[in-house]
Write a protein that binds this ligand. Structure first.
Ligand SMILES: [Zn+2]
Length: 277
């Protein structure tokens, strides 16, 4: 068994891919396989396809509102994430959903405004999505998915002999897994981590982190079992709330510091929330 895993690592190296152990912002160890640049390029392409295929909001007030909150959060990021070009797409979709992709692509469905009832609550959603990007969750996920396939494929080819064949198969398997890695839901650990980091982000930007509690309660209520990214694989609502509340001791000082620095966001919600009569 040791021999087999050595061979898999060799094959990966031959494929020109770099496998690395990394540490997430909350100290969790991560397996990062893909280059961040490569993943960002793929995400940019997929994001462009989504923008072409799905209806984008044309409501100026809605766009300005979501962009305002997003700007406040992105402006407080540190390098390297303060240096990337964040892009926000607002989809005219009733579903309560939002998502983020490597390279700084954020998608928000207008239906989110049914759950996010003020700028602080919207900031909890945006902070959570930005955290998925800065914690490199998609890279971790894209790395996890094809690795499983590589193990199986390479073992099969090696039984038949021929190192060239093994290299080719591993490479092809990784390629085939890429789209999958970009679209699968995040796992529970990643969702919890995005909550924790997102809470810090909203607080640093001057949004009240305590509003994350009603936000996630509204989310659970509004989505009604729909497969929202922000809910799909998350621990139960009460576990999520408990975790958020347990973080207030460290996030409230961040919020107070931001306010003391003069950060006092005043993003105005649209007079009419899409999908709400
Ligand atoms: Zn999430």
């Amino acid at each position: 068994m040791i021999r087999r895993s050595t061979q898999i690592l060799t094959v990966l190296a031959l494929s020109g891919l770099l496998a690395a152990c990394a540490t997430s912002p909350t100290g969790r160890s991560q397996m990062i396989l893909k280059s961040d640049d490569e993943l960002a390029a793929q995400a940019a392409q997929q994001f462009a396809e989504m923008k072409a295929a799905l209806p984008l909001s044309t409501d100026r007030a809605t766009i300005d509102y979501i962009a305002c909150v997003t700007n406040y959060i992105v402006n407080e990021l540190e390098p390297p994430y303060s240096d990337i070009e964040w892009e926000l797409a607002i989809f005219d979709e009733d579903s309560v959903n939002a998502f983020a992709m490597p390279g700084g692509k954020i998608g928000v469905h207008t239906g989110v405004l049914k759950a996010a009832q003020n700028q602080h609550q919207l900031a909890a959603v945006i902070g959570h999505e930005v955290a998925h990007v800065t914690a490199r969750h998609a890279n971790e996920r894209a790395s996890r998915v094809p690795l499983t396939g590589v193990g199986v494929q390479v073992a099969a080819v090696l039984l038949g002999g021929g190192n060239q064949g093994a290299t080719y198969t591993a490479y092809e398997t990784l390629k085939a897994g890429e789209a999958l890695g970009l679209t699968l839901p995040f796992n529970r650990g990643q969702e919890s981590e995005a909550d924790v980091i997102g809470l810090d982000y909203m607080a640093k930007a001057g949004f009240d982190p305590r509003e994350a509690v009603p936000l996630w309660q509204n989310m659970a209520k509004e989505s009604g079992g729909a497969p929202a990214e922000v809910l799909s694989t998350h621990p139960s609502s009460s576990t999520r709330i408990d975790q958020l509340v347990s973080r207030f001791g460290s996030t409230l000082p961040l919020y107070n510091e931001a306010r003391a620095r003069g950060l006092n966001p005043d993003c105005q919600p649209p007079a009419k929330i899409p999908g709400v009569d």
